[in-house]
Design a protein around this ligand. Structure first.
Ligand SMILES: [Zn+2]
Length: 322
């Protein structure tokens, strides 16, 4: 991945390009921004630009390829071990960083989900940040930079990544996937500003099955229990897609809420289901919709705790049908 291949984030690329050109790459960066926004891609592009034998992150030289395959001896990627990054992991890293780089001008360390460092790990890393060596570069990646120790943050050059506008994502989806604007609108609206999320969406589920799922959902009534039980059984059958289906339901009720509050169509996810949204908003009010959204949040919590899926879905659908 070169800077040019990364979509958007022009300002961030420019800052890094200039630092490279002027020999002023910081010894530590903090790349922050939501999941899937491109922090890691940018860190890898920076690593490539530094090690490249052509000095431009060409992608073809031996050094660039080693970065791409993550087997460059001077690249170290640290990820949480379980839920956190532990002090032992930082100690191992420090021993590595104490050695001279083997092939590149400096040793590069990318710390993923840096905010999951334990206090011990963070304090150990602080020592490294406090005594920067000329031949190491540390890049912290974080979705929640506020959870990092202030002392760590203050020793890193911050580089925040902001979400891409939906219009930009939509245009890219249409160009690369050849889908129409109604479809690209749905995927972009559900992507939270992330190309990774937009392109990662299961198109069959989010475009085709979504319409059928919402048709069944909005056709349920609390007076007839059998269709509710059937639908719950259908949804419970596939554990892996269930979170995505719940996301679809949530987006739909959020659309109804937006409509009840007189917001513009632009903000709707299910722009292609405007009629259905109007129909449902005609029989609901803000308070009943908020109850339904709350029920959707609650079932996600329950599913994380491994409750009986079928039962939880029956209760959910009863609330949504009410
Ligand atoms: Zn190269």
């Amino acid at each position: 991945m070169t800077f040019d291949q990364i979509l958007g984030h022009e300002q961030q690329k420019e800052i890094l390009r200039r630092a490279l050109a002027n020999g002023k790459v910081a010894h530590a960066y903090l790349f922050s921004g939501q999941d899937g926004i491109g922090k890691r891609l940018m860190a890898m592009a920076l690593a490539r630009a530094i090690v490249c034998l052509e000095q431009r992150g060409c992608g073809n030289c031996r050094a660039c390829r080693k970065i791409d395959h993550q087997n460059h001896p001077d690249l170290h990627i640290l990820e949480p071990d379980g839920n956190s990054i532990k002090i032992e992991q930082i100690r191992v890293l420090q021993r590595e960083l104490n050695l001279k780089p083997l092939e590149a001008p400096c040793k590069i360390c990318i710390i993923e989900q840096a905010d999951t460092m334990t206090v011990g790990a963070a304090n150990a890393l602080l020592k490294t940040l406090e005594e920067p060596r000329g031949d190491t570069l540390i890049i912290l990646l974080s979705t929640q930079p506020n959870r990092l120790l202030e002392t760590i943050r203050s020793r890193c050059q911050p580089l925040p990544f902001i979400r891409h506008p939906n219009s930009r994502i939509q245009a890219e989806l249409e160009k690369q996937l050849g889908i129409d604007s109604a479809e690209s609108h749905v995927l972009a609206a559900l992507s939270e500003g992330s190309f990774k999320k937009a392109f990662g969406k299961d198109r069959d589920l989010y475009l085709e099955q979504r319409r059928q799922l919402l048709k069944t959902l909005t056709g349920l009534s609390s007076g007839s229990i059998l269709p509710i039980l059937d639908f719950a059984e259908q949804l419970a059958a596939d554990k892996t897609v269930l979170p995505d289906i719940l996301e679809i339901f949530q987006a739909f009720y959020r659309d109804v809420l937006m409509t009840l509050q007189g917001r513009s169509d632009e903000e709707l996810v299910n722009l292609d289901l405007k009629e259905k949204i109007l129909m449902v908003s005609g029989r609901e009010n803000v308070s009943t919709i908020l109850d339904k959204l709350e029920a959707l949040i609650e079932i996600r919590r329950q599913l994380d705790r491994n409750v009986n899926r079928q039962l939880a879905l029956e209760v959910l659908l009863l609330k949504l049908a009410a």
